[in-house]
Design a protein around this ligand. Structure first.
Ligand SMILES: [Fe+2]
Length: 496
């Protein structure tokens, strides 16, 4: 470990010779404002070990409800979107202030390997499939760090967000790792620079996107203890976590962990959601008591103008391009009345400055991740205003998961809101969020239903009804075809 620590300076201001191997989010944003990208081609060819680990790591998890719905939903969405009606289009991408970036400056290291192979799962093509860049942020000096990588859906859909691993130093001097990301050579080097042993790894969810890296991460840190939420599953064959390289020390809620003097946690264990009787959306919320920080996985998000450093400019340029694959497909099928909306625009992507184009790309990218398809992908300013700069349950989670099991979700949110915290760290989008129990509880105000006629929130509807047409169509399709269970159709689960 010592040699790794010595091999790379973490000083984000260090430039010159070291700029060959280190880059910061500051330099990245500067590059976005400037005329071109910084020279940061992903380093590293694959090593045999990285390929082997990635393949083994991928074998474990299988598609789960929300994600399979998302992947399969692309086709369903095209049909459901026929219902879409146009809303007034806004043509100019007005500049708005960014929210304070409180996670500090990111550090990356392009001298280290980023190769990480993810073979496409059968129903959900997670990307990047071959290489992942990692950014590390020191949130609390010497105590808390974020590690972020890009994660998205393939198929040319331009839907990528950041996925976050949070690392906290315990009183023992060891590290507690929440929701590991891909253990590339770069990520391991950045983690080892903290010069502390990885003592505990926590898998806080049953969801594919966070589960797939736990086994490979454990092989990098075999002495670390591993704590997982209960009811892990795989589909179509329900195999135990050990089959996928996850060697648990204990199950949260059943076994006592040595770090429980510094953390408390609350488990959300809803009944089965669909697909199979064992498929559920389990999540653990943690409070790190010394820092009054709430850690969640997918329960809430805070979307803002802050573009994650790990989303490459080329992704944003492609998303911002009015002739990208998704928009051309929508025009071909004239979904969302997009041809009419296109005619009413006074400015196209070709007329925009580079900064405007990147911003538009981020808006489209994020909105597609949140809704599958917002009302007006060409000019998403109105949709953007409605969902940004507030703590929310992501529409896809709220619609496909929480509103179908509102009682346990409400009860869990109320238990969590009893803790004393003043900031929230989810695994996607912005963080840390300056928010406490009141804001957290408010994020669940759409329950028991987020349907527009019943929902509460900004403007009378928690989610804008125009943006929910596609997602609602997908949810109704899945409910009507029995893929998502209702209380009436849910099979009995013998071990719960
Ligand atoms: Fe997630």
């Amino acid at each position: 470990m010592a040699s790794r620590v010595m091999s790379f300076s973490v000083d984000p201001s260090a430039r010159g010779r070291r700029s060959m191997s280190a880059q910061t989010s500051t330099s990245r944003r500067a590059a976005r404002r400037g005329a071109g990208r910084r020279g940061s081609a992903p380093a590293s060819a694959f090593t045999p070990e990285s390929i082997q680990e990635a393949v083994i790591g991928h074998m474990g998890p299988t598609v789960q409800l929300a994600l399979s719905a998302l992947g399969g939903g692309a086709a369903v969405a095209l049909v459901a979107a026929k219902l879409a009606r146009g809303a007034a289009a806004k043509d100019s991408a007005t500049q708005r202030g960014r929210t304070p970036m409180t996670r500090g400056t990111g550090v990356s290291d392009d001298s280290k390997g980023r190769g990480y192979l993810i073979a496409p799962p059968p129903l959900f093509p997670l990307v990047p499939a071959f290489a992942r860049q990692t950014y590390r942020y020191e949130v609390d000096p010497g105590r808390m760090w974020f590690f972020e990588q890009k994660q998205g859906i393939g198929l040319g859909l331009n839907v990528s967000v950041n996925v976050r691993m949070t690392v906290i130093k315990l009183k023992t001097g060891g590290l507690w790792v929440h929701a590991p990301v891909a253990p590339t050579t770069e990520m391991v080097a950045l983690l080892d620079e903290l010069d502390a042993p990885v003592e505990h790894v926590v898998l806080p969810t049953t969801l594919f996107e966070h589960k797939i890296f736990v086994g490979p991460f454990q092989r990098k840190y075999p002495k670390a203890q591993c704590w997982i939420v209960p009811q892990q599953w795989s589909w179509p064959v329900n195999l135990p976590p050990q089959f996928f390289g996850i060697n648990k020390t204990g199950i949260l809620g059943q076994d006592r962990a040595p770090w429980e003097d510094e953390f408390e946690y609350e488990l959300l264990v809803p009944p089965a959601l669909g697909v199979a009787s064992y498929v559920s959306f389990v999540e653990a919320a943690f409070i790190h008591k010394p820092s009054k920080t709430l850690l969640v996985t997918d329960a809430v998000v805070y979307v803002s103008e802050n573009i994650p450093d790990c989303i490459p400019d080329r992704d944003l340029e492609e998303s911002g391009d009015d002739d990208n694959f998704t928009i051309r497909a929508l025009k071909l099928l004239n979904l969302f009345d997009i041809k009419t909306k296109a005619k009413s625009r006074t400015m196209t992507s070709k007329d925009m400055s580079r900064e405007e184009l990147l911003r538009l790309g981020w808006q489209r990218n994020a909105l597609q991740a949140l809704y599958f398809g917002p009302n007006d992908l060409l000019s998403p300013e109105e949709s953007w205003k409605e969902i940004t700069n507030r703590l929310v349950v992501a529409p896809v989670v709220g619609t496909l998961v929480y509103e179908n099991v509102p009682e346990p979700v409400n009860a869990w949110a109320r238990r969590v809101a009893k803790w004393d915290f003043n900031r929230i760290v989810p695994c996607h989008f912005d963080a840390p969020i300056r928010a406490g129990p009141r804001e957290f509880l408010s994020a669940f105000s759409f329950l028991p239903s987020s349907r527009p006629e019943n929902a509460k929130g900004r403007g009378g509807a928690y989610y804008p009804s125009e943006d929910m047409i596609l997602l609602r169509g997908v949810a109704d399709f899945l409910l009507n075809t029995g893929v998502i269970f209702t209380d009436e159709t849910r099979p009995k689960r013998p071990n719960i």
